[in-house]
Design a protein around this ligand. Structure first.
Ligand SMILES: NC(=O)c1ccc[n+]([C@@H]2O[C@H](COP(=O)([O-])OP(=O)(O)OC[C@H]3O[C@@H](n4cnc5c(N)ncnc54)[C@H](OP(=O)(O)O)[C@@H]3O)[C@@H](O)[C@H]2O)c1
Length: 246
């Protein structure tokens, strides 16, 4: 019997790294894909969970790349799930952003979800079930200045989640969109802890603090471990109620 494995894209750092750690703690082998192929640095992860992390290289914007990586993983493991987490956040005035900017954001955040889902589909269909979790954003329904491409890409993630959930339900495959609000990661540490964004978030987030990567990771891991058959197609917001606050 092959070990059960969940593929996590963009697992080298940030939210993806935290998700990989939580899934490994839950007992899954975790294939950590990114362009660098680096394993996440998770100093608190116990050794037995760390041993379940597998490093892999893939560029999620390239169909061949993600399919090849997933094909290799399937040779040694039983793929039971996928977390489409890799993403990029670019900003720019809508009147000025280039097609290159737009294409890069859509390819990394949205088209990658289609490619990842297509690559795991035969493996999940063959075992008559599995779970795919896509990382969206609470920007999916908001109008955000200088974020046209990012907001469009995350709205597309929600739409794809709904379509795939409906189309693949008969195969036992569930698809969910986990949509975070502001999450404190290494990359946005400065912006989120000082200056005008900090002051804005203190006013806008009801609990006055952004979330952590581990908040998102615990939600994603619980979706795998709780295994709720009727839960599919939904966008689950994890934003400290910022998106609904008046
Ligand atoms: N942080 C937030 O506040 C927040 C809020 C809402 C939603 N999100 C969403 O959550 C997800 C993770 O965000 P994050 O803040 O953790 O991002 P991050 O810290 O910038 O990490 C992004 C990850 O994606 C990988 N990646 C980027 N482009 C890739 C590509 N073309 N192919 C393969 N891997 C690629 C990166 O590794 P390499 O560079 O090695 O490839 C890295 O592991 C994203 O989808 C983001 O939109 C984040």
């Amino acid at each position: 019997m092959k070990e059960r494995c969940i593929v996590v894209t963009g697992a080298s750092r940030g939210i993806g790294a935290a998700i990989a750690g939580r899934l490994a703690r839950a007992g899954y082998a975790v294939a950590c894909l990114s362009r660098s192929g680096a394993l996440p640095e998770l100093p608190d992860l116990p050794g037995d969970a760390r041993a379940r992390l597998i490093a892999g290289v893939a560029d999620v914007t390239r169909a061949g790349s993600i399919a090849e990586a997933i094909g290799k993983i399937a040779e040694g493991f039983e793929i039971v799930g996928l977390v489409n987490n890799a993403g990029v956040h670019l900003e720019g005035a809508s009147a000025e952003i280039t097609l290159g900017h737009y294409d890069q954001v859509m390819a990394t955040n949205a088209t990658s979800v289609l490619l990842g889902c297509q690559a795991v589909y035969p493996h999940l269909a063959a075992r008559k079930g599995g779970l795919i979790v896509n990382l969206g954003s609470f920007f999916d329904k908001l109008g955000v200045k200088r974020n046209l491409a990012y907001c469009a890409s995350k709205a597309a993630v929600g739409a794809m989640t709904r379509c795939l959930a409906v189309e693949w339900a008969g195969k036992g495959i569930r698809v969910l969109d986990v949509a975070p609000g502001y999450i404190h990661t290494d990359l946005n540490h400065e912006a989120i802890t000082q200056g005008p964004l900090r002051a804005y978030l203190e006013k806008r987030i009801p609990g006055r603090e952004p979330g952590t990567a581990d908040d998102v990771a615990r939600l994603v891991a619980s979706l795998f471990t709780s295994d709720i058959p009727f839960l599919t197609g939904e966008t689950l917001y994890i934003d400290g109620a910022q998106g609904i606050a008046h």
